[in-house]
Ligand binder design. Structure first.
Ligand code: AVJ
Length: 414
């Protein structure tokens, strides 16, 4: 690497006031300096990016939004019932709040709605839209990055707090980060709090690849807009025609990855640095993890959420899941005698900690007893059988490193 690449600002005449640079720039330069180049996913969503994303939702190939809206409208009463009366609703990354409008109008006596968004202009639009539809609902817009700690202590009182996080945005985080995020939501929800979480489910790779590389080319424009944005806002000199959109499904990590692939050998300047791109080299811009319901039960359990409800569309492409905040435990009293007995066999699973293994086990026991209900959805909207639900939980737990006994021969259908 030459000095020019290493030293930001480059020449001796460059002013030494780098702290005046845009805070995103250091991250961008860092991300482009990695062996696998990447860019911060959130930068996809500027005004043009958000607009293009809305158009992605209308394409034939991107099934995610339609599947979720289908569940929301068909199981609305059940979902509202789960939320309970007198809820204060918090929506991290609210956007225009269109899905929420439907939920809010079905809720019994909602106390207030607190949309959270990093973009104040989006928050403004959301506020106007909700005000039109529900003029009497108190609004508490919060301008914050929901991936960072934010002040939820100042929110008004309610019977309980409901966290609404649709769209499968949780899938855009690495599982470890997703767990941390759900833990933050748990803190914001407080005792008795609930969570309604949108989760895109695993399905065949071809369907997924098409959803993230639609025939109309909108997703390609959405991805390439990121380079155009760097040119606009950070003085980069990306030749956007020299990059192409790519969607690949990583079967081992169960995630769709969006990349931008360099069509030729080239150099790009940004932030006083020069970056080399070999022909075919890619920049990773977004990951979208796909889950089994049981996998999300385990992940959320590790973040202090007990799974209560599962609603799916008839084709089982997407799930809305209902969770309740697990009661806070004193340290070292987490694993009680009877629970120990129940999880003895999975004690090898340490990735999600002792408490988590216990919570998953108790979720599975409750599922067995029928206390963990599935929504009416399509074909009953339930997991095919209790046995299968348990199998999903077990196989996922096994994947996470837990030692669980193998299924009996001929037992389970997966
Ligand atoms: C709204 C962020 C969840 O990952 O499916 C859609 C974003 N990216 N097409 C998703 C997205 C490409 C979307 N999220």
């Amino acid at each position: 690497m030459s000095d020019e690449e290493l030293v930001r600002g480059g020449t001796a005449s460059a002013p030494a006031v780098e702290f005046l640079e845009h805070p995103d720039l250091a991250e961008i330069v860092g991300d482009l300096s990695r062996p696998q180049k990447r860019l911060p996913t959130r930068l996809l969503y500027d005004e043009r990016g958000s607009h293009l994303f809305e158009r992605i939702c209308e394409t034939r190939d991107y099934y995610v939004t339609r599947a979720e809206l289908e569940i929301l409208s068909r199981d609305l009463d059940d979902i509202a019932g789960f939320a309970g009366a007198g809820a204060g609703v918090i929506e991290p990354g609210a956007g225009c709040g269109c899905k929420t409008r439907e939920l809010l109008s079905a809720l019994e006596d909602p106390r207030w709605y607190a949309p959270l968004d990093i973009d104040p202009s989006v928050l403004w639009r959301c506020r106007e839209a909700i005000r039109q539809a529900l003029p009497h609902l108190p609004l508490v817009p919060v301008c914050a990055d929901f991936t960072q700690p934010w002040c939820h202590a100042g929110l008004p009182v309610a019977e309980r707090r409901l966290l609404f996080f649709p769209g499968s945005t949780v899938g855009n985080f690495e599982p470890v980060q997703a767990q941390r995020l759900l833990g933050r939501f748990r803190d914001a929800a407080g005792p008795g709090g609930r969570l309604i979480l949108g989760v895109d489910l695993r399905k065949n790779a071809a369907t997924l690849r098409r959803a993230y590389d639609d025939g109309e080319g909108i997703t390609a424009s959405f991805n390439l807009n990121l380079l155009a944005r760097l040119n606009r806002e950070h003085g980069a000199d990306f030749d956007t025609a020299a990059f192409e959109h790519l969607a690949v499904y990583d079967k081992a990590l169960h995630r769709i990855e969006m990349h931008l692939r360099s069509r030729r050998d080239q150099w790009v300047r940004i932030g006083g640095c020069r970056f080399h791109f070999a022909a075919g080299e890619t920049i990773h811009t977004e990951s979208s993890h796909k889950y089994l319901p049981g996998g999300m039960v385990a992940l959320a359990a590790a973040a202090g959420w007990q799974a209560q409800k599962l609603w799916m569309d008839p084709q089982r492409r997407f799930a809305l899941m209902g969770f309740e905040a697990a009661p806070r435990k004193q340290p070292n009293t987490e694993v009680k005698e009877d629970n120990m007995a129940a999880t003895k066999k999975s004690s090898g699973g340490r990735r999600y900690g002792k408490g988590a293994a216990r919570t998953v086990a108790s979720a599975m026991r409750r599922r067995k007893r029928g206390t963990l209900k599935s929504g009416p959805g399509g074909k009953g909207g339930t997991v095919r059988s209790r046995k299968q639900a348990i199998a999903i939980g077990l196989s996922e737990a096994r994947r996470k490193g837990a030692k669980v006994p193998p299924k009996k021969a001929g037992g389970g259908s997966k």
